[in-house]
Design a protein around this ligand. Sequence first.
Ligand code: SF4
Ligand code: ZN
Length: 476
Amino acid sequence: MSFSDMPVEVGPVFEGERIRSKQMYVELGGPKIEKHFELVKVKPAKEIKDDEVILIGPDLGEMEEGSRYPIGILVEVAGKELEEDLEAVFERRIHEFCNFINGVMHLNQRYTNWMRVSKTAVEKGFNSFKQMGTILIRLFKAELPIIEKAQVTMITSAKEIDKYYEMAMDTYKKRDERALGLHDEDVDMFYGCVLCQSFAPTHACSITPDRTSLCGSINWFDARAAAKVDPKGPIYAVPPGECLNELAGEYSGLNEMTKKRSLGEVDRIYLYSGMEFPHTSCGCFEAIDFYIPEVNGHGIIDRNADVKAINGLAFSTMANQTGGGKQMPGFNGISLQYIASPKFQIYDAKQEGLDHGLKLIVWMNSELKERVKQFIPEDLQPKIATEQDVSDMSELREWLKEKEHPIVSTWGAEEEEEEEEWEEEGGAMIPMGTQTMTVPGVGGGGGFKIILKNCKVHAESLIIKKIDSSSKRKKK
Ligand code: SF4
Ligand code: ZN
């Protein structure tokens, strides 16, 4: 496979490339655009025109510099050995392959996909989606040889994307629904995935029927299909081994796999806990389950939220805490599908005397609540607050008492007494097992790392300033 006919270089070496807003020519998809997606479909060979790239909407070179457009990427593939179960796994590779292109940054998946193309790439002549589509086709066929034919359709027209978007959402829904009825105890094989190690080198996902991968795009069926066709690939089978703790979802096989794949960084995982030995998070989780110490409950905010969470933090701020492949008690990257599982954070709930993980949830952003409503027990639904119901911790606490939220039963007399004190404090409280921050040395070299163990950090606001050495000198 060669890319010598392309104006930009292509290869895994460009995977970590970041394109900041100042360097970008255009942004495609992302949180500010309503409808966008990426989808892989397995088709009969006769329905595919091999190597064809179809563009619907304005081309890259015709786009206005500095603007945003919708993006739909539909990859249709054919091959004798292909089955529908492989679609999701192929689809996850779009992220990796787009990032191979020097001058393209790709984040997330499914309907949260977000890309930037750099000015430099466009100046070099990378000015057409036909080039991007061709690169994708070549990479798909080279890296996944069971794909014999591939065709790509790219949609950038806001008008035309509608019907494709609906089809994509429908496909995601069908995939998710299929996995709903299956539970961890029903199967004798689990799976692992290390596709995100290029960004989070110590992160390995455990994929079980009850814990769909945190990116939300690979469920147990998808992982099984991937491991079958490419057992030595990035998605592989993991024998569960011994169940060490049924309530927590601790399995010797998953512990061993995590230890090996995280290079010894993490050696113990509780599948059903966000507080003790939680699953690590890379960066592409669909939502964050975060602990709210003020009410001893949890909140969930999803990636698409355009509001701040009840703790005063935006998704992106909390995502920095949560991600990176570290074990972060109190911050857990999750898939929306996991919320539907009866095992959802059940270990944490039982520690508090509650019989369902969702009974820990006191706050969700309203759009997310609407989306996952069908999975929340009916009597609990009106008790979970959103940004439309409460705006700060004291209002949340009142709301929970008034609605008789099950979490109230976990408040001891002591906490009731503390009420006045925390109301006065306000601000954002970040519960953390361990906080690490790096203070770079002046001039870019050296510096030191501060590790605060078992701490609670309280801050009215967090201000990070770049040290401008010239202004510092002037002051002297
Ligand atoms: Fe694989 Fe997990 Fe990354 Fe999804 S989030 S691609 S399952 S490593
Ligand atoms: Zn990831």
